[in-house]
Design a protein around this ligand. Structure first.
Ligand code: NAP
Length: 285
């Protein structure tokens, strides 16, 4: 896909993968609508990079999403590259995550993605072209223990991405899933802040489970070099610019050693493998 004269939309462009992706797309000739809540960050980016157009939206607020979609529907030139990137994580065992917090995470990670995509599709269909890139995760295909709520948002993104790819191919619209492993961005700090002190508030029953899985996952990360967001923004750019993009791109730690096993092993064998890896094998409380 040629960038010049095309409009791209990147959600979550104020930091991390979204910021790098917006930059890469603008450098390749796209006019980029850069959306997020932190307008100061977006304005700073637009001062640094030509072709970045900041737009404030809180994707956890359905009315705000509607107003944003109205703006998208009214654009003279439709969005032809849509990067659904905004997202965040909350950690915790199911009993430690409120339904309200889970609903809010689904609003940002899933429902806003659906609504923004719906708003962009009429323009893409009219032109019979477009590229939609959805940020999933390696945890779109398996979940670590104490991470089910976040992973469930990404499993949902995977399903809609797979269905859309087939539905939209007849219109010449390409749909691509991205599955990053851990990447150094603000993601972890945001997750820590939103999750709070799980050990302080959980039922004592769960403490040994948190401790064992914390140690197990800690071991997985020991000595690991975690890459920066450029690894993923380069992949997204490659997917958008390619004449024949892949259905899914995965990159970063654990893509081979855990995500790979997910495809190689059957459900029972994978359950045993990951229970072992995350320190929970044989644990009884
Ligand atoms: N980093 C990782 O290890 C990793 C791994 C796999 C997948 N991912 C996925 O990659 C995507 C990007 O994450 P990242 O690592 O770049 O994290 P990040 O640095 O924390 O960036 C997240 C972006 O999402 C935006 N966002 C969050 N809540 C929002 C809301 N309510 N309304 C509008 N925008 C909102 C943030 O902007 P504001 O705060 O300014 O609103 C920010 O620009 C996410 O979908 C994440 O799930 C990340």
């Amino acid at each position: 896909m040629e960038g010049k004269g095309q409009i791209a939309l990147v959600t979550g462009a104020s930091s991390g993968i979204g910021r790098e992706t917006a930059t890469r797309l603008a450098e390749n000739g796209f006019e980029v609508i850069a959306a997020a809540r932190r307008m100061d960050r977006l304005e700073e980016l637009s001062d640094q990079v030509q072709g970045i157009n900041p737009r404030q939206v809180d994707l956890s607020q359905p009315e705000d999403v509607e107003a944003f979609c109205k703006y998208l529907s009214g654009l003279d030139e439709p969005v032809t590259a849509l990067i659904n990137n905004a997202g965040y994580s909350l950690r915790g065992a199911l009993e430690d995550v409120s339904l309200e917090a889970l609903r809010r995470m689904f609003e940002v990670n899933f429902f806003s993605l659906i609504r923004v995509t719906q708003a962009c599709l009429p323009g893409m269909r009219r032109l019979r072209k477009g590229t939609i890139v959805n940020l999933s995760s390696i945890v779109g295909k398996f979940t670590f223990p104490m991470s089910g709520p976040y992973a469930s948002t990404k499993y949902a993104v995977e399903a809609i991405t797979d269905a859309l790819r087939m539905e939209l191919r007849p219109f010449g619209i390409r749909v691509i899933g991205i599955r990053p492993g851990p990447i150094v961005t603000e993601f972890n700090d945001v997750a820590n802040e939103l999750t709070g002190d799980l050990m302080a508030r959980t039922d004592p029953d769960y403490k040994p489970i948190y401790q064992a899985s914390g140690a197990g996952v800690g071991k997985l990360f020991a000595g690991l070099t975690v890459p920066g967001p450029e690894l993923i923004s380069d992949l997204i750019l490659e997917a958008v610019m390619s004449d024949a993009p892949k259905a899914v791109y995965a990159a970063g730690p654990f893509t081979e050693e855990i995500l790979g096993e997910r495809t190689r092993l059957d459900d029972d064998a994978f359950d045993r493998f990951l229970t072992e890896k995350t320190g929970l094998a044989g644990l009884t409380v």
